[in-house]
Unconditional design. Structure first.
Ligand code: NDP
Length: 252
């Protein structure tokens, strides 16, 4: 039996990395998907691959900071598939890195706006749809950064990801009585375009530094993190809510 058979899901940040891997995995587990990010071409290629493999997905491109996108994603899930059971609010950016005293206010704002306000806007419109179905699962992508370790130069990013944890805890308490589970996934260093190890000026020493943070002495693949996301949105985790789940290879 497929673990997401009959489920309808929204995934943001699906054009690459963790969201892309989650879309492939959730679709292979039977979910009908609305996938989103800003880059239409990448989304179209993703949908084509999912459909080729017998899955079902629709691409809706847009910016998670745009309230109309949040509304449109939910309306698409309802109109095209009949409702919403799962939302994986995963889109995020790292933003420019550097000492806080040198940071531009606009950069601080952009990181908080995308990572935290974007998650808020998504949830704001997803929750009524989940309530209509009498339950469901909300998942947010947070990070080990700012939770397990403080990383120099990443204060805006860490603040945004810690903010997600606070919001998630409150939502879990608000929505538990309605059968809606709310959790956060905290990946460790994952080999995606957003990783600081893939920044244009990152040398081998950056990769070695990040790998060494993990007990497993390597970074995760997006597919490994997607497996943890699948667990949290599926019925395998039916009694888990309000949890910040580390998938971090033992960062200390
Ligand atoms: P990627 O850069 O591969 O993916 C980020 C995704 O977010 C892309 O699909 C991007 O699509 C989308 N996105 C970014 N900004 C916006 C926006 N304003 N509106 C809509 N979509 C947006 O990186 P990851 O897969 O690594 O990142 C996924 C999540 O995992 C992020 O929240 C990140 O913070 C988190 N994370 C990553 C870690 C890592 O080491 N890689 C570690 C811990 C957490 P597009 O550009 O097409 O809009």
């Amino acid at each position: 039996m497929k673990r997401l058979a009959g489920k309808i899901a929204i995934i943001t940040g699906a054009s690459s990395g963790i969201g892309h891997a989650a879309a492939r995995l959730f679709a292979s587990e039977g979910a009908q998907l609305v996938v989103s990010a800003r880059r239409q071409n990448e989304l179209d290629a993703l949908v084509e691959a999912i459909v080729r493999e017998g899955g079902s997905a629709i691409a809706v491109a847009g910016d998670v900071c745009d309230e109309r996108l949040a509304q449109h994603l939910v309306a698409t899930a309802q109109e095209r598939f009949g409702g919403l059971d799962i939302a994986f609010n995963n889109a995020g950016i790292v933003g420019p890195m550097g000492p806080l005293q040198d940071m531009q206010s606009s950069d601080w704002h952009d990181v908080l706006h995308t990572n935290l306000n974007g998650a808020f806007l998504g949830a704001k419109y997803q929750i009524p749809a989940l309530l209509q179905r009498g339950g469901g699962s909300l998942l947010f992508t947070s990070s080990f950064v700012g939770h397990t370790v403080g990383m120099p130069g990443m204060s805006a990013y860490a603040a945004s990801k810690a903010g997600i944890l606070g919001m998630m805890k409150c939502l879990a308490a608000e929505l538990g009585p309605n059968g809606i589970r709310v959790n956060a996934l905290l990946p460790g260093g994952t080999d995606t375009p957003a990783s600081i190890t893939n920044a244009p000026n990152a040398g081998p020493e950056v990769l070695a530094f990040v790998e060494n943070l993990h007990a497993l002495k390597r970074m995760a693949t997006p597919e490994e993190i997607a497996q943890a996301a699948l667990y949290l949105v599926s019925e395998d985790s039916n009694f888990i809510t309000g949890t910040a789940m580390l998938a971090d290879g033992g960062v200390s």
